[in-house]
Design a protein around this ligand. Structure first.
Ligand SMILES: Cc1cc2nc3c(=O)[nH]c(=O)nc-3n(C[C@H](O)[C@H](O)[C@H](O)COP(=O)(O)O)c2cc1C
Length: 421
């Protein structure tokens, strides 16, 4: 790929300095938007660009902005910087290294949806990131890029950081809003959705860090330029967080539609010891297990193609699993996480994860028989579609796909128990 769009600090040193950012066209898009465009026009450009949310669901961003309820005021923008999916570490790099492009994107979003306050909700462990962002926000205020009468207009905007307390569920947007309000971080029943009933019950747009970091360049260079990157239905660049059994783990900014093979072999340097790829998790711990076939490796990573493998792209946190890994061991790890992070509000997720942990513990450690595998499959299948939020759905993905697609691993784990008598 040529020029970086999101990880621009890799092309432009010190872009986290406001002067360097300005010298490289920083805040020109914000100025153009605030001084010469109507809010709806901004939303229309983002719609036309085809930008889709990078937090996981891939929801069209401009369409979400257009849902903001204009009959109720005030409006808020809340940035999801919780970055809590195991295997996802892209938003942190953006906020640490290319912070002004991100903050400019937040400001443009706020203008488009008529918000005068924007909040950045960061996971508790990101407190040093929040402290640095506070300084960047102060520098923007001092430079006239935030505050009253921006660029001589009558538009005003303030930004604030807000720290969570280290709970995965607070990445779910309605639990995040509850947490911001000082309540227990648990998801809300929907509808109503945040664009009509969000923070403090007011219309709110919740977007991911990476999503909003696309916006300044979309406004500066236009929707057609943006659509020239990626695929027709999944346009633009994406940061793939690559981890697991690869020689060069890290963040890779590539066009959507790049194949798994190119990411893992060309950029990630392949699998240590040239072992074969047994499985791929494309969306962190929340993934279905994709069988590491040649066809899968040649599949483009975009929102349309990954589902053809019985999985989702999600936040594009690609975890590579080689043939040294036992799948029962792996799902025991993921279920440990989900059992710990289930908020307990809805019964299927709370009880289901508890039982899945007991069963995967037994299976992974050679103390189970085949009826335990069947019971695990039944528990997981019965959770599907019955949880209050997607956490419960995420938890079962690796379990169900693991049993269906890697049956010999479970037979081996159970066989171990039989041979131990
Ligand atoms: C359990 C759970 C955890 C989530 N964690 C995150 C997260 O850490 N960061 C994020 O941006 N979105 C996360 N999401 C997705 C958000 O609910 C929401 O869809 C997203 O912030 C919308 O932004 P986008 O449209 O820009 O992607 C999570 C969802 C669930 C169900």
């Amino acid at each position: 790929m040529g020029e970086y769009v999101l990880l621009r600090h890799r092309d432009i040193p010190n872009i986290d300095n406001i002067e360097v950012y300005r010298q490289n066209g920083g805040f020109e898009a914000l100025q153009k938007v605030v001084t010469s465009m109507q809010p709806d026009e901004v939303t229309d450009v983002v719609k036309a660009s085809g930008l889709r949310g990078r937090g996981g669901a891939g929801f069209p961003t401009g369409l979400k902005w257009s849902f903001i309820d204009r009959k109720k005021w005030p409006h808020y923008v809340v940035v999801n910087a919780d970055e809590s999916e195991p295997g996802t570490f892209k938003d942190r790099e953006i906020m640490e290294r290319n912070p002004y492009q991100f903050l400019e994107g937040v400001a443009i979003c706020a203008y488009a949806v008529g918000a005068h306050a924007a909040y950045i909700y960061l996971r508790g462990e990101f407190w040093p990131v929040a402290a640095t962002l506070d300084k960047h926000i102060a520098a923007m205020e001092a430079g006239g890029f935030l505050g009253d009468n921006l660029f001589g207009s009558n538009y005003h905007l303030r930004m604030f950081t807000h720290l969570g307390a280290g709970a995965y569920i607070c990445g779910e947007e309605t639990a995040l809003l509850e947490s911001m309000e000082g309540k227990l971080g648990q998801p809300r029943l929907r509808p109503p959705f945040p664009p009509s009933f969000g923070l403090y019950g007011k219309p709110t747009i919740v977007n991911n860090v990476e999503t909003l970091t696309n916006v300044p360049l979309i406004m500066a260079r236009g929707a057609e330029w943006y659509k020239s990157i990626g695929t027709e239905k999944s346009p633009g660049p994406k940061i793939f967080s690559l981890s697991g059994r690869v020689n060069r783990p890290g963040n890779y900014e590539l066009p959507l539609g790049t194949t798994f093979r190119e990411l893992i072999y060309t950029h990630g340097g392949g699998v240590p010891g040239d072992r074969s790829v047994k499985a791929i998790m494309a969306a962190g711990a929340s993934s279905s297990l994709i069988i590491g076939s040649e066809a899968a490796l040649d599949t483009p990573m975009d929102y349309e193609s990954v589902p053809s493998l019985g999985a989702q792209l999600g936040s594009a946190s690609v975890i590579v699993i080689d043939d040294t890994i036992s799948i029962p061991w792996l799902i025991n790890k993921t279920i440990h996480f989900f059992k710990h992070e289930s908020c307990g509000k809805c019964t299927p997720c709370r009880e289901g994860n508890f039982w899945m942990l007991n069963l995967t513990e037994r299976i992974a450690h050679g103390h189970a028989d085949w009826s335990d595998v069947e019971l695990l499959y039944a528990v997981a299948s019965q959770m599907r579609g019955k949880c209050l939020c997607a956490l419960g759905e995420f938890a079962i993905e690796a379990v169900v796909s693991g049993i269906e697609r890697f049956r010999p691993d479970f037979e081996a784990a159970v066989g171990k128990a039989a041979s131990q008598g």
